[in-house]
Design a protein around this ligand. Structure first.
Ligand code: ATP
Ligand code: MG
Length: 189
């Protein structure tokens, strides 16, 4: 049996490559977009790098598994929203929170003091029109060149995909919710 070769000579690329910040997008209908972003945050933190995680739709008081573990590790994670939009009664308030949150995230990106900035679920406020896309794209274009930014959420706009360095589309091959299996603590939250 022939052994499948790795897709790239990773060691060589790392040894010779320039160091530069990437824009990474996790999109698509399948599960794993946010958790993959958290995985990158863990990896960067493990390398002693400064990481900041913003969650656009989560409330600041959220205490899911990711909040608990990042707190233990000393990785700042900040909810910027008021829960999912279909639950919100005051959409103008949700929109204002998204705009205020974006200003905070933008300042962190612009500041250049972080190796990695995660913008979790930013596609929702973009899709709902709470945040205009162009200032987000401009911030990514103008950011300090060493800053990596990860953006997650379904339905990434094409302009963002065009700008990004790495885009991963999570395919929904199956999801347990579809079979009526409810959210599992430690898997979903
Ligand atoms: P995760 O946070 O588990 O990485 P995600 O970020 O890819 O998931 P979101 O679109 O943010 O997915 O949805 C968050 C929640 O919806 C999670 O609890 C997840 O299990 C659930 N979910 C993800 N994909 C699907 C799907 N295709 N059908 C139903 N529920 C889903
Ligand atoms: Mg998510």
């Amino acid at each position: 049996m022939e052994i499948e070769k790795p897709p790239v000579d990773r060691e060589r690329i790392i040894a010779t490559a320039e160091r530069r910040g990437l824009v990474l997008v996790h999109t698509g209908p399948g599960k794993g977009k946010s958790t993959a972003a958290f995985g990158l945050a863990l990896r960067a933190h493990g390398r002693g790098k400064a990481v900041k995680i913003y969650q656009f739709m989560k409330v600041p008081s959220a205490r899911f598994g990711e909040h608990r573990v990042f707190e233990q590790l000393g990785v700042p994670i900040e909810g910027l929203g008021d829960g999912f939009s279909w639950k919100s009664k005051d959409l103008e308030h949700s929109a204002q929170l998204a705009r205020d949150g974006w200003e905070r995230a933008k300042a962190t990106i612009d500041g250049g003091g972080h190796f990695l900035v995660v913008l979790d679920e930013i596609m929702y406020p973009l899709r709902y029109g709470w945040l205009p896309l162009e200032p987000v794209l401009q911030t990514l274009r103008d950011r300090p060149s060493h800053v990596h930014v990860v953006l997650t959420g379904r339905n990434a706009p094409q302009e963002l995909i065009d700008l990004a360095d790495t885009v991963t589309e999570m395919a929904m091959v199956k999801h347990h919710f579809k079979a009526g299996v409810p959210a599992q603590r430690g898997i979903e939250d």
